[in-house]
Design a protein around this ligand. Structure first.
Ligand code: MV4
Length: 589
């Protein structure tokens, strides 16, 4: 076994990996960027090394720097966590060449699964069912039109070959939408993967996202740990995951598990990995393989009792898996809610900021994986996840009640998070019935009702844009305790408002976005990013739902559409320009 391992990541996953390392008696080495100097993962590690300034491209992603630190510190292996370099075949190769073990799959397996067309071809050869469509790239819109007419049929999904996780994914319901879908997928593929190649799949209506956890060692043992259902997602970001999947029975579990094992074997997989698929009308199709430990691995750990990160480390050191397929038992039900610093009522806009107070839930069946504490900053530089809340109970209904209880205990002060969204969603009939909840997470009205309370502005102040949060205080009246809700400035944590310590900051225009102020018919940007494309001209007549522009934000393309039919009287965007939350995109009247 290794004596020291470098953890090339930050936040909750860095801490998760360190926990496994500590239990195995392995020394922990952290790396950090300048703004992460005081982060929990840095303080927790036995040793920590600065790797560069804030932007990940200048710190957490710099291969040479990481390898230099690994050598200097005497690390025998590097665990990449998820994100950053976890699925970077060049990094895995660079580790190999430097004589440092990459805790993950062989570089060739990362490459094979990284190209979605190559992966589909390999799966088809291995008799793994894939979503009907092409395994070869489709070069032009004309070629796409032909292959759709001849074999696939509408509706279709156009996907970037270098994509995955929904990046470079477009739908064309009819031929009319094909050109825009094709171009959108190609453009996003070029932008994020330097590869404009796309392929075509039949678009399955309202499928479930069901994935299977795989473990494979260097001795030819490949097992699965059952499935997870991750159907509750928004813009391809998973929000809630659970295991077992509500729509999967014993027989289907065995079939999905076998498909996952076959898929892993077909690329010579080793380490922990996830085979993602779509479940539609009882049919299961391979979608892609994530060649890393995933955010949602915890729900599988809760129902199987297997420590997936420990297995990864054992596998990387050349040991055999600690269990065989027959030893895997699924017990009870686990649910994970991602507690992101996001405002669900504003189109899930990132809501970075400082965490004023922080109190995690606990008690029976509750697990919190996080990398923050009171005083931590959720910076726009990195992922806006504050924590993962995972619960276990005997069945889905009990686990849901336990999650609601735990969400109620979770206090993140000074920051908008998805806690209210999760509480609302888990209280719906759709969730209770085990539905995909897609109608809910795309329901603008339902989401708007989740808006964070806004205090009325203090008299004589036009500071209506001040960010507000809700806090509960205990007061005692005649010996009886009452909880009083105080709604006030997020930046005056003592509620005093105006005290010397109460930080003042200029009002944020972001508070105007989606629903706030604005002229009638004014379309306000819900996002901060770059305008990639403007689809209309000033004076144009538009239908409700017509594309106005495309904004790239958080590495995703977001289509902004007309909320009403009318004429574009004002147009405030131009291609290539930066745009901020609250900016006017257009006035449609
Ligand atoms: C699909 C699909 C329908 N048909 N592919 C791809 C990335 C993943 N985040 C969701 N993806 C989808 N791929 C075909 N051919 C529908 C989705 C999809 C989805 C699937 C299951 C549960 C929720 C979903 C939400 C959005 C899109």
């Amino acid at each position: 076994m290794f004596s020291k391992v470098l953890v090339a990541n930050r936040g909750e996953i860095a801490i998760r990996v360190m926990r496994a390392l500590e239990e195995l008696g392995i020394g922990t080495i952290a790396v950090y960027s300048e703004p992460d100097r005081d982060a929990l993962h840095v303080r927790r590690a036995d040793e920590a090394y600065l790797v560069g300034p804030g932007p990940a491209a200048e710190s957490y992603l710099v291969t040479d720097k990481l390898l230099e630190v690994a050598k200097e510190a005497g690390a025998e292996a590097i665990h990449p966590g998820y994100g950053f370099l976890a699925e970077n075949a060049a990094f895995a190769r660079a580790c190999d060449e430097a004589g440092i073990v990459f805790v993950g799959p062989p570089a060739d397996a990362i490459d094979a699964m990284g190209s979605k067309t190559r992966a589909r071809e390999l799966m088809a050869e291995a008799d793994v069912p894939i979503v009907p469509g092409t395994t070869d790239p489709v070069e032009t819109v004309e070629d796409a039109r032909k292959v759709i007419d001849d074999t696939v049929g509408y509706p279709v999904a156009i996907k970037a070959a270098g994509g995955g996780g929904g990046k470079g994914f477009r739908v064309a319901e009819t031929e009319d939408e094909l050109e825009a879908a094709f171009e959108g997928a190609a453009r996003e593929g070029e932008k994020f993967f330097s590869d404009a190649t796309v392929y075509v799949e039949r678009y399955l209506p309202d499928p479930r996202h069901v994935e299977v956890q795989i473990l494979a060692d260097a001795h030819g043992n490949v097992i699965h740990l059952g499935e997870r259902d991750c159907s509750v997602q928004r813009r391809h970001q998973k929000l809630i995951e659970e295991s077992p999947a509500p729509a999967v029975d014993e027989e289907l579990r065995a079939r999905i598990g076998e498909i996952g094992v076959e898929a892993a074997k077909a690329v010579g997989y080793r380490s922990a990995g996830t085979v993602e698929g779509l479940l539609s009308d009882g049919e299961y199709f391979f979608l892609e393989m994530n060649t890393r430990v995933q955010v949602e691995h915890c729900v599988t750990e809760m129902v199987t009792g297997v420590d997936i990160v420990r297995e990864q480390l054992l596998i990387a050191s050349g040991e055999e898996l600690s269990l065989a397929q027959d030893d895997v038992r699924i017990s009870g039900h686990a649910i994970e809610c991602r507690i992101n610093a996001e405002d669900a009522s504003k189109n899930f806009a990132p809501a970075p900021g400082a965490i004023a107070t922080y109190d995690e839930p606990s008690g029976p069946g509750v697990r919190v994986d996080s990398g923050v504490e009171a005083g931590s900053e959720i910076t726009p530089l990195y992922d806006p996840m504050v924590a993962k809340l995972i619960v276990w109970d005997n069945d889905r209904e009990l686990a849901t009640a336990r999650m609601q209880r735990a969400l109620g205990e979770f206090e993140v002060g000074g920051l908008k998070t998805l806690i209210p969204f999760h509480l609302e969603l888990l209280a719906t009939d759709q969730w209770a019935n085990g539905e995909t909840c897609r109608d809910l997470v795309e329901d603008k009205k339902w989401l708007k009702a989740l808006a964070f309370p806004k205090a009325s502005a203090p008299e004589g102040s036009d500071d209506e844009d001040e960010e507000t949060v809700e806090r509960t205080y205990a007061v005692e009246v005649s010996g009886r305790k009452f909880d009083v809700k105080v709604i006030g400035s997020a930046f005056a944590p003592n509620g005093a408002g105006g005290g010397a310590a109460a930080a003042r900051r200029p009002p944020k225009r972001s508070e105007r976005a989606a629903g706030g102020g604005g002229a009638p018919g004014e379309l306000i940007s819900p996002l901060q990013g770059t305008v990639l494309k403007v689809a209309v001209e000033k004076g144009a007549a538009v239908e409700e739902g017509a594309l106005i522009c495309v904004i790239e934000a958080m590495k995703m393309e977001n289509e902004i559409t007309a909320p009403v039919a009318g004429t574009v009287n004002e147009l405030g965007v131009s291609e290539g320009a930066a745009i901020t939350t609250g900016d006017s995109i257009a006035v449609i009247g």
